[in-house]
Design a protein. Structure first.
Length: 251
């Protein structure tokens, strides 16, 4: 049986290890290629886009894919939409593997934002020192709020300088330690954290650090959930794949 995993997350990597140990399954992980430092999976991989939904459908048919798994980032809205359409048109099962969102507690000082533009407006008019951790593709939205200082953290260097008059870029890949995040927020005199509700443990330390230091967090909500019900455990997705494998054998 042939399985295609749309990856790029730690959950996809965990699923890849499970697939590597399974018999009778040939699996491939596909990466978009936006991040150069890719964790090499224990199964075959491809890097690059498919050329839209039609390209993905063509790939599924050409490679005789039996099961498609969407294990992309919770904010990778376009590829998730393409996956849902492609699976339906190719008439194959789609399994969605997505980490659960972070949940606000009574100790958190969260300000909800619908999207990156809403988050920029939520910073207000008075100059503030902002810890910006929303990914490279979202930074330009904050050019509309140039009065603030931005400490921008990305995994990799930016291809072009952002259109922000007052900023500094630092690099880092999670998981981060709470103590280190608290130290960073204190030393940089951060007034507010801006982040996306990506979920997972790797980046949760900044949320705990802000909670401990009573620093507000502008939390950008996830895009509309896919119609396909998501699973949060790679083992659960693996069980679904194995059930489909048995069904194909008529067991």
């Amino acid at each position: 049986m042939r399985v295609l995993v749309l990856g790029g997350t730690s959950e996809a990597n965990k699923l890849a290890h499970l697939l590597a140990e399974a018999s009778g399954i040939s699996a491939t992980v596909s990466f978009a290629g936006r991040t150069k430092a890719i964790l090499a999976p224990p199964i075959s991989c491809r890097i690059g886009g498919f050329g839209g939904v039609e390209g993905l459908i063509d790939y599924l048919k050409a490679e005789n894919i039996d099961v498609l798994v969407d294990a992309t980032h919770p904010f990778a809205e376009q590829i998730s939409r393409h996956a849902e359409i492609a699976a339906k048109r190719a008439k194959i099962p789609l399994a969605v593997l997505s980490r659960p969102a972070w949940v606000r507690t009574v100790q958190d000082l969260w300000i909800d934002a619908a999207d990156k533009t809403d988050a920029a407006l939520a910073l207000g008019h008075e100059p503030r020192r902002v810890f910006l951790t929303i990914g490279r593709l979202q930074i330009e939205a904050f050019a509309k709020a140039p009065q603030h200082f931005y400490l921008v953290r990305t995994i990799e260097p930016l291809a072009l300088p952002p259109r922000l008059p007052n900023y500094r870029v630092i690099h880092g890949r999670g998981p981060f330690l709470v103590e280190a995040e608290e130290k960073l927020l204190r030393e940089e005199s951060i007034d507010v954290v801006v982040t996306k509700n990506s979920g997972g443990e790797a980046a949760f330390a900044k949320i705990l650090a802000a909670r401990n230091l009573r620093i507000p967090v502008i939390m950008v909500a996830r895009p509309g959930e896919a119609m396909q019900a998501a699973m949060h455990d790679p083992g659960e997705v693996m069980d679904c794949i194995l059930r489909h494998q048995l069904a194909r054998r008529g067991v």
